[in-house]
Ligand binder design. Structure first.
Ligand code: PLP
Length: 458
């Protein structure tokens, strides 16, 4: 369709209610309309090129323009565009993907339950852990413990597991049986002179405090993202997750890793739980499983839970029309094949991940940057008023959004979470492209600093 950008924007604001958007303000400003993509770059309807340092929405792990994914979808659509997995039926791509996932995930995982998204995956988690305890004769174990500032999706259960205050304020969330502890974010909760590892242990102890307060006989599971993504790329100290594991084991509660962002190579191992050294009972995935080319999510089910559900559970009354959608599964298989053939996990672990860390260490010297942190191909820059004291800017200045505005205007997609500027570029990024990205980031930091000086925010 040949329309001008203004015509597209008019049609957009007349009909399209966007997710996580102030509808009126978007209508005033007009949406940025993305028209095509290749490798790590996007183009908008005015022909501007943008380096996509967010992999779409943390998902385009193999980069844009991968013909093998297009071919896999086309071939499967032609052969069998849809059939479901209910009532004793299956399709070949869904079986083959289940087999492949058992190969690439940690050894405790031999089974998968498919969903259409990460949110649906986490809804499945809540239903599955409750069912597990029910089958074991402990139906009172209903409570899921999660963390403030976590993101686990946007369905009623996903948003409830998440700890986003803005989401909870709309629609009477969280639903009953979900409680939150503080996040392991040293800037917010660290004490003067406390080492990162000591802080990690203290942050993990909040889980034990909550288990004891609720009564271990009431608690079903703890769920967390290995690194909180949407919360601002909060990378926990190395001591945190092993201690969380110890506490879950001690009290017999299930441990759930939400790997929707961290999965499929993002942290430099196949899954974030491998980077942080813990062994979850359940693992939610989505996004990177198909590199976002087509929707697919699911839950990897560890031996402890699978055994009970299979041997004693009877019918699990849960499922989605698109659980194991054959086209999505065919694309996921082609996507995982690319990750394997191009050794993308090793590329992140041995090459571009450490290189990004070096580049971010240099950005840490910028006058606006109070902390620069990376893990694999996730990174965050904390923008502060005073580097030495990590004094935050007044919230009214909206420093992150100012910086994000400069990024868009300069051909870079970077996300702002409060005063944290975050990135998660496609895993196929090269060192040369990291140089290009970091030069753009530096330019945008300089422009933001100039704004801060001009407005007297410093
Ligand atoms: C950690 C995490 N879990 C779950 C979700 C929800 O996934 P979806 O948007 O596919 O429902 C997201 C989405 O960003 C996420 O980051």
């Amino acid at each position: 369709m040949t329309r001008t950008t203004l015509e597209w924007q008019a049609a957009d604001s007349a009909h399209f209610l966007h997710p996580f958007t102030d509808f009126q303000s978007l209508a005033r400003k007009g949406a940025r309309i993305i028209t095509r993509a290749d490798n790590i770059y996007l183009w908008d309807s005015d022909g501007h090129k943008l380096l996509d340092a967010m992999s779409g929405l943390w998902c385009v792990n193999v980069g844009y323009g991968q013909q093998a994914l297009v071919d896999a979808a086309a071939a499967q659509m032609k052969e069998l565009p849809f059939y479901n997995a209910f009532f004793q039926t299956a399709t070949q791509p869904a079986i083959a993907l289940a087999e492949k996932l058992a190969e690439v995930t940690p050894p405790q995982f031999r089974h998968v339950f498919f969903s259409g998204s990460g949110s649906e995956g986490n809804d499945t988690v809540v239903r599955m852990v409750r069912r597990y305890w029910d089958v074991l004769g402990e139906p009172q174990k209903q409570v899921n413990i999660s963390r403030h500032n976590a993101y686990h999706g946007s369905t009623m259960a996903g948003a409830s597991l998440g700890g986003m205050a803005g989401m909870h304020a709309q629609g009477g969330l969280p639903i009953p049986g979900i409680t939150h502890i503080d996040q392991p974010y040293w800037v917010e909760h660290g004490r003067p002179g406390e080492s990162r590892d000591a802080f990690g242990l203290r942050a993990a102890s909040w889980l034990e405090d909550r288990i004891l307060a609720m009564g271990a006989d009431k608690v079903a599971a703890f769920i967390g993202e290995p690194i909180q993504g949407a919360g601002g790329v909060i990378i926990p100290p190395a001591s945190y997750w092993p201690e969380i594991q110890r506490i879950c084991d001690k009290h017999g509660i299930l441990l759930v890793s939400d790997e929707v962002i961290c999965g499929f190579g993002r942290t430099g191992r196949w899954f974030g739980c491998e980077t942080f050294g813990f062994k979850p009972d359940l693992m939610t995935f989505a996004k990177g499983v198909t590199s976002g080319y087509i929707p697919l999510g699911g839950v990897m089910v560890g031996a402890r839970v699978a055994r009970v559900l299979i041997e004693q559970g009877g019918e699990f009354e849960h499922g989605y029309t698109y659980s194991g959608h054959p086209v999505s599964c065919a694309v996921a298989l082609a996507n995982i094949q690319i990750i394997q053939d191009q050794h993308l996990v090793a590329h992140v672990h041995d090459d571009v991940g450490p290189y990004l860390a070096q580049c971010f260490a240099l950005l840490a010297e910028h006058p606006l940057v109070g902390a620069a942190e990376t893990c694999g191909l996730m990174g965050a820059l904390l923008l502060v008023k005073d580097k030495a004291k990590l004094t935050p800017f007044d919230a009214a200045a909206g420093i992150g959004m100012v910086c994000r505005g400069h990024c868009f205007a300069n051909g870079l997609i970077m996300r702002a979470v409060g005063s944290r500027m975050i990135i998660a570029p496609p895993l196929v990024i090269t060192r040369g492209q990291i140089d290009e990205m970091v030069a753009l980031i530096r330019r945008c930091l300089d422009l933001t600093l100039a704004d801060a000086r001009r407005h007297g925010w410093l």
